[in-house]
Design a protein around this ligand. Structure first.
Ligand SMILES: Nc1ncnc2c1ncn2[C@@H]1O[C@H](COP(=O)(O)OP(=O)(O)OP(=O)(O)O)[C@@H](O)[C@H]1O
Ligand SMILES: N[C@@H](CCO)C(=O)O
Length: 302
């Protein structure tokens, strides 16, 4: 007997210089089908999911249990059938989607009626930065900033005349490892230069000047120079995508996937040309998910 389903989109984070701040939801999805049961059970029905651990060690369960405990609630046991087309540890926000799904699972099971802000705060505490989780939660292009008092400011835009092409290599790269290569500190001069690039990129992206946004995306100074050696074919993908007509190409999240931004309708040409050059990569044309995470109740079976 199915009770409800939770669907959460994938996301790309950073968009170059919007490090730990900018995210964009993409139309690949993690879906949970939740049924009442005598005990907790997870069933994974996709090649894009890790082996099933003990329920108590499952990221989705851990997140749900942590959320329930924040509100002094307990979870009633369920069977959770998990489907996903978000590749793991590739820079497309798989962990963020699992965290948002876990928070929503607790929200539904414990009838917490959580506001978006509460869900985002919990998700950011768990993930460590708001960019991917905010995009998966809200949908669209989302720019975030966690303030000194812990509040998270969110700017969202759900229209963009863009196609997104992702180049997914065979190898995985854990976010934890891709963060280890980053400097702990920047000088004042470095920070000012890097945020100036980010400021123009975001202003151009939001105002629809995609040519300028694409140019500035490729000028990131916060993380790409340190991570480029971890990404297969980094320079080749940037150069060839530009020749094929992309506005700009950046590392998606912590990598190793790269993502190009093109005019709407131009993605097909860029994807075809790059797939020829990168036979072992999976090249996909994606669209923005505009709605973020959602719950479907099966009222007949409740
Ligand atoms: N649906 C899921 N169920 C359980 N665990 C998951 C799920 N999705 C991701 N994970 C866990 O998260 C890990 C990947 O997280 P990681 O942050 O390294 O990569 P990512 O989220 O795919 O990429 P990025 O954060 O750069 O976009 C997986 O190895 C797995 O342990
Ligand atoms: N902003 C994060 C995204 C991946 O979780 C990073 O680049 O490390």
């Amino acid at each position: 007997m199915r009770m409800f389903s939770i669907t959460v989109p994938a996301s790309t984070a950073n968009l170059g210089p919007g490090f730990d701040s900018a995210g964009l939801a993409l139309n690949l999805y993690l879906t949970l089908h939740v049924e009442k049961s005598e005990q907790w059970e997870f069933v994974h029905q996709s090649m894009h999911l890790p082996p099933v651990p003990d329920a108590s060690e499952h990221l989705i369960y851990e997140t749900a249990a942590r959320t329930a405990s924040i509100y002094n609630s307990t979870l009633s046991p369920c069977k959770v059938i998990v489907e996903s087309d978000i590749p793991l540890a590739r820079g497309l926000g798989s962990s963020a989607s699992a965290i948002i799904a876990g928070i929503e699972l607790a929200n539904q099971l414990c009838e917490l009626s959580l506001a978006f802000e509460e869900k985002l705060r919990i998700a950011t505490d768990i993930e460590g930065h708001p960019d991917n989780v905010a995009a998966s939660l809200y949908g669209g292009l989302v720019i975030t900033s966690q303030l000194q008092n812990g509040d998270i400011e969110v700017f969202q835009k759900t229209d963009a005349e863009l196609d997104f092409i992702v180049y997914i290599p065979v190898i995985e790269l854990k976010t934890e490892d891709a963060r280890k290569v980053l400097p702990e500190q920047f000088t004042r001069n470095e920070a000012a230069k890097a945020s100036a690039v980010g400021n123009i990129m975001i202003a151009a992206l939001v105002s629809g000047d995609y040519k300028l946004a694409g140019k500035l995306m490729e000028e990131d100074l916060f993380h790409e120079p340190y991570r480029s050696s971890l990404i297969p074919n980094y320079e080749k993908i940037r150069e060839e995508a530009k020749i094929a007509g992309a506005y700009g190409t950046v590392i998606s999240g912590a990598g190793p996937t790269m993502i190009s931004f093109t005019a709407k309708g131009k993605g097909k040409k860029v994807a075809a040309q790059l797939q020829n050059l990168l036979p072992s990569h999976q090249v996909k044309i994606l669209k923005m998910d505009q709605g973020g995470s959602r719950v479907t109740n099966d009222i007949f079976n409740r």
